[in-house]
Design a protein around this ligand. Structure first.
Ligand code: ATP
Ligand code: SF4
Ligand code: MG
Length: 332
């Protein structure tokens, strides 16, 4: 599959100078056309910061301190980092739509859902006639399973599940190439997240957009996404096809995450989790930042930072891992 968004050597800091928090470090990640890519990792690993960074929506004191984000549109390719404000506004809605952490409760309670949806279309496609706008809104709501007679409902008149579908409809109404969902319900509401992801997977088959889905819940990603990237301490530590990650994870942190939820099939595994807590970004451990918690750590781990690369033991370019264990380092 061809790439639609190529993030390269991307760095984000909060603050400047010696006090800066290094929230995203050297992230290289590609989203392909039509795929669902999952991004998982514990709280504070930098998932939201990465999503805000690549769409240039970082709130201060966030600063992008390096890297490029190349977007391949049907009309040509460009670096998102060099866009003007006007170009960015267009990019954010028409090309990429982002649903923020917890946004499922953010519909405006005083406006009908049809009005909210029409406003989005009007703001971004002012040339469309009112009839065409209404038709687009109705079509989008129908697509997410909301019938025409509910279009004039207010958010409080809809069930939680329907409100979510409206949010998905809003994210898709301008027919973006990329949809980024950052933990769209509360982190605890996994049942809802599951419904959203299932719906997105079905819609992308029909509409052909790409999805970056961010969640704490790796089991969701194993079930629904094509590929998974695992983040720890601001870095991607492993990237693989979902089935490969599930059957044969290579990074000890991925292994720990996989063990912290019950197996999808087969006998239930014990919920062992990962001992210790995520690193403090102000005092990041030297070398591999996972080493204080890693059951396999050895000398080199506390001095040298392992970089993400295809491991020598798997001759497979779809796999990459950042770990010093034998067989997991790149071919010399
Ligand atoms: P969660 O799963 O809880 O949403 P996350 O993986 O999305 O976590 P981020 O929100 O990206 O993590 O945060 C990454 C790191 O950046 C954290 O250590 C956080 O404390 C830090 N951080 C986030 N926002 C700021 C800020 N405005 N100023 C300073 N540090 C920040
Ligand atoms: Fe563990 Fe070392 Fe691999 Fe880091 S590099 S995950 S500490 S074995
Ligand atoms: Mg977050």
């Amino acid at each position: 599959r061809e790439p639609v968004l190529e993030i390269k050597n991307f760095h984000v800091d909060y603050g400047l100078g010696a006090d800066a928090v290094q929230a995203v470090r050297d992230v290289t990640l590609t989203l392909h056309r039509g795929e669902v890519l999952g991004l998982a990792g514990e709280s504070g690993s930098g998932k939201s910061t990465l999503a805000y960074g690549v769409t240039r929506l970082l709130p201060p004191p966030g600063v992008i301190s390096g890297g490029s984000v190349v977007y391949h549109s049907p009309g040509g390719s460009y670096d998102v980092m060099t866009l003007t404000d006007a170009e960015l506004r267009k990019f954010r809605w028409a090309e990429t739509s982002i649903v923020f952490q917890g946004a499922m409760n953010s519909l405006n309670p005083v406006h009908k859902i049809s009005t909210q949806m029409l406003d989005v279309i009007k703001a971004h496609e002012p040339d469309l006639s009112p009839q065409a706008r209404t038709a687009r809104a109705a079509e989008m709501l129908k697509l997410v399973g909301i019938s025409a007679d509910r279009m004039d409902a207010y958010p409080h008149q809809l069930s939680g599940g329907m409100r979510q579908r409206v949010m998905i409809g809003m994210a898709l109404v301008l027919q973006p190439q990329i949809v980024i969902m950052d933990e769209p319900t509360t982190a605890l509401d996994v049942v809802m997240q599951r419904q959203i992801l299932a719906q997105l997977v079905e819609l992308r088959e029909r509409l052909g957009f790409s999805v970056l889905f961010i969640t704490h819940d790796l089991s969701l990603l194993v079930e629904f996404s094509d590929r998974i990237a695992i983040m720890y301490g601001g870095r991607i530590v492993e990237e693989a096809r979902s089935s490969d990650l599930y059957k044969d994870s290579l990074h000890p942190y991925s292994e720990g995450l996989l063990k912290s939820f019950p197996a999808l099939r087969g006998p239930r595994r014990e919920l062992s989790g990962i001992p210790g807590s995520p690193p403090d970004l102000r005092g990041m451990p030297t070398g591999c930042s996972f080493h204080p918690r890693c059951p396999h750590a050895f000398d080199r781990c506390s001095t040298d930072i392992p970089l993400l690369a295809t491991p020598s033991s798997r001759n497979d370019p779809t796999r990459s891992v950042a770990c010093w264990l034998p067989g997991r380092t790149p071919v010399a």
